[in-house]
Design a protein around this ligand. Structure first.
Ligand code: ADP
Ligand code: MG
Length: 289
């Protein structure tokens, strides 16, 4: 807010993501993955991007850390125009932007502790091999992160001996070790069963709230999304068809509207209704929105 009391501008420091008119086509324009998407995300928000398979969720997240270049439109993340960055600047941006993948992307033959410590590599000066090559402070920090995700006792266990939900929690601990300002999570629970999905979402969102990290997470299950997000952005065929704050007043009629917007014909109901987790307490964002 400026001193004369006018509304914050688009480039207010609390705006973490500013996407304007973003269109992305593949295959020489034959496939439109994103269709004039505009989206502004404030610091501290837990935004869930929801949509059926093929609606453009991954493509959108990949633009936010520069894995894709826009066909047209612009993407500004943490004040930086992503498409205009040099390779070096992009690496710097990615230190501030953690990415949690559906497939975990951890190194199975390494211990949990080593996987988590590797999240700090961007902060260290040279490559590390083995637990003891990391500074003591980093080892301690990694153990704390593992504790937070409930896996402190698994620190020295090979990561590929853990269950899927546990492996994803290791991946989340590694991402937090990076001390990101923004975390992008692309269907982090897509390969997990509903109850485990709830546990992983809990770890992800709680840690981010505690550390005041902005989160954009894609999901395809409507009820899971509504249980966790404080903002819901719906994509259909690459276009934003829904953008709403989620709070306790979101009644059944509104929920039905979400289904309707994502899938007007109702043909894909089995895809977004697979998860039926128990109701979870809502996590409020660090700035109370
Ligand atoms: P979602 O993550 O919601 O499942 P995606 O972002 O992966 O959706 O895909 C959106 C659309 O873009 C789909 O039609 C998909 O086939 C297409 N698409 C995504 N990536 C590519 C690519 N690298 N080459 C060609 N088409 C792609
Ligand atoms: Mg995807």
């Amino acid at each position: 807010m400026s001193i004369n009391g006018t509304a914050p501008t688009l480039h207010d420091h609390r705006t973490v993501i500013e996407v304007s008119g973003l269109t992305k086509t593949f295959d020489n324009g034959r496939v439109t993955a994103l269709d004039r998407v505009s989206l502004s995300v404030a610091s501290g928000q837990l935004t869930v991007v929801i949509g059926l398979s093929g609606s453009g969720k991954s493509t959108l997240l990949r633009h936010l850390n520069g894995m894709h270049e826009p066909t047209s439109g612009s993407v500004v993340v943490l004040g930086r125009d992503v498409a205009a960055l040099s390779q070096k600047e992009l690496r710097e941006l990615r230190r501030d932007v953690g990415f949690v993948f559906q497939s975990f992307n951890i190194v199975g033959r390494l211990s949990c502790l080593e996987n988590v410590m590797s999240g700090a590599l961007g902060r260290l000066r040279w490559p590390r091999y083995g637990v003891l090559s990391y500074p003591k402070a980093i080892r301690r920090e990694a153990l704390e992160q593992l504790d937070r995700v409930g896996l402190g006792e698994r620190a020295f266990q090979r990561t590929d001996t853990l269950s899927g939900g546990q492996q994803q929690r290791v991946a989340i601990a590694r991402t937090l070790m990076q001390k990101p300002r923004l975390v992008l999570a692309d269907e982090p629970v897509a390969s997990l069963d509903p109850e485990i999905s709830g546990q992983v979402m809990d770890v992800l969102f709680r840690s981010c709230v505690e550390d005041d990290i902005t989160v954009v997470c894609s999901l395809h299950q409507v009820d899971l999304a509504m249980g966790w997000a404080n903002r819901l952005v719906g994509l259909r065929d690459g276009a934003v068809v829904l953008d709403t704050e989620v709070d306790a007043s979101l009644d059944e009629a509104r929920v039905m509207e979400v289904y309707q917007r994502l899938d007007p014909t109702g043909e894909k109901a089995d895809e977004y209704e697979v998860a039926k987790p128990a109701a979870k307490p809502r996590v409020e964002s660090a700035v109370g929105i």
